[in-house]
Design a protein around this ligand. Structure first.
Ligand SMILES: [Zn+2]
Length: 427
């Protein structure tokens, strides 16, 4: 159906979709106690007399509520309160005990309304609370009922304009230390992690940003930088492409190897097959040196149990590899070598991953960094893929216990700030 009727229908459908997200419970209006059903305020006869949003904004369309255009706050109606659950089934009390500021909040450039301390999206979803001293607490959609208090580690750029709960005009700002205002959180984190970012060319810069973005948007890069260290370019002897200092925790990447790898990546993508000196064998290689060295730092942030799991998974694969793809005697390597037609049946995502469980982990972290090789890892090594998915999306299951709280606070913040998307692994 075309024309004005079709449009009317889709408008109705949209309004209904919004309304079904409202709270359910009872609203007290003076002497009257009315039922609220998914936001619809019903009179005792069951007719709708208004609508309540979970952020405490409401519209009246009939008695005993009254009738007005637009929205009012529940605080504006005398002797009015709500008790029940919000659209997600969490306890909700309006106005509630807390009375904070009212105004407009920009959080990492995302726009929210604050209504007497209740932080809500433009479509009235309640996402947290703000206090008169600027403290922000966010709901964590992964842990219903939990409010995560922001601190200088987790809070993103904040700007508030409005009034405090006592009516006094108030402007409030918070910026992260060393934050470049023209860049997003994740770009800032990569700039702080990769110390030589301003000393590499455009293509190399893009490589670093593309291969480290996943770890930046999930907060894992910040966690590693604070607990282990940063990365920079230098001169690494013995032909290694990079080293991770055990004592300092900092990574030094060999500049020449780094440049070579960026070129490989541009030409062949994340994974490529290189011929071995032992004919006719080949070795699969991952062209992601920054993410690989980062993987070594990340290993130190894992719990003991997670490290043991990695070691176990590695040993199983190593035995299988030694049985199915034994290294030919003439080859002086620890890498998995295969014949060109065996690429799909290889045991390790890359040949080098066979070397030790530490290198195995670093190679898997590198493979996980971008979609192209992440999909390959999922096929080739589903067990380690699952563990890596926990590292990025359920860090409380695998990170070192001392890092978990800070990490969950940070991820709650990154979700509110629009940095950490729902479909993280889809792109
Ligand atoms: Zn390594």
């Amino acid at each position: 159906m075309d024309g004005p009727f079709a449009r009317r229908f889709s408008d109705v459908a949209m309004v209904e979709a919004v309304k079904t997200t409202g709270p359910s419970g009872f609203i007290q209006v003076g002497p009257n106690l009315l039922v609220v059903d998914y936001g619809k305020i019903l009179n005792p006869e069951g007719s709708q007399v208004g609508f309540l949003h979970e952020d405490g904004l409401l519209q009246g369309t009939g008695e005993p509520l009254g009738r007005w255009d637009g929205l009012k706050t529940i605080e504006e109606l005398p002797a009015c309160s709500f008790r029940g659950i919000d659209g997600k089934g969490l306890q909700l009390e309006l106005p509630g005990a807390q009375r904070g500021p009212t105004g407009g909040l920009s959080y990492n450039n995302q726009v929210f309304n604050v209504i007497f301390g209740r932080i809500a999206t433009q479509d009235h979803r309640l996402i947290g609370e703000m206090h008169d001293d600027g403290t922000l607490l966010f709901r964590d959609r992964r842990f219903p009922g939990v409010l995560r208090k922001m601190d200088e580690n987790s809070q993103l750029s904040t700007k508030f304009t409005g009034i405090k709960s006592n009516g006094q005009p108030w402007q409030h700002e918070f910026s992260r230390s060393l934050h470049r205002a023209d860049k997003s959180y994740w770009e800032n984190e990569i700039i702080r992690y990769f110390e030589d970012i301003d000393r590499v060319n455009t293509q190399q810069k893009k490589y670093v940003f593309d291969t480290m973005k996943l770890f930046a948007v999930t907060g894992l890069l910040q966690t590693v930088r604070k607990n282990e260290g940063t990365a920079g370019l230098g001169n690494v002897k013995h032909g290694a492409s990079g080293v991770t200092g055990v004592r300092t925790g900092n990574v030094t990447l060999d500049r020449e190897e780094f440049e070579k790898e960026v070129n490989f990546f541009k030409k062949f993508g994340a994974l490529m097959a290189v011929p071995s000196r032992a004919k006719p064998f080949i070795e699969v290689r991952i062209n992601m040196v920054v993410a690989h060295e980062y993987g070594h730092q990340l290993e130190f942030c894992l719990s003991q149990a997670a490290q043991h799991t990695i070691e176990d998974v590695y040993q199983k694969r190593r035995h299988k590899c030694d049985r199915l793809h034994p290294i030919p005697e003439e080859a002086e390597t620890y890498s998995e070598l295969i014949q060109p037609h065996q690429v799909e049946e290889r045991i390790f995502v890359s040949g080098y991953a066979r070397t030790s469980w530490h290198e195995y982990w670093a190679e898997c972290v590198a493979a996980y960094a971008i979609k192209e090789s992440r999909d390959t890892l999922k096929q080739c090594d589903p067990e380690i893929y699952e563990l890596l998915t926990q590292v990025v999306l359920e860090p409380e299951k695998v990170l070192s216990p001392k890092l978990q709280d800070a990490m969950l606070n940070l991820q709650a913040s990154l979700r509110v700030g629009g940095e950490l998307p729902e479909n993280l692994l889809a792109e």
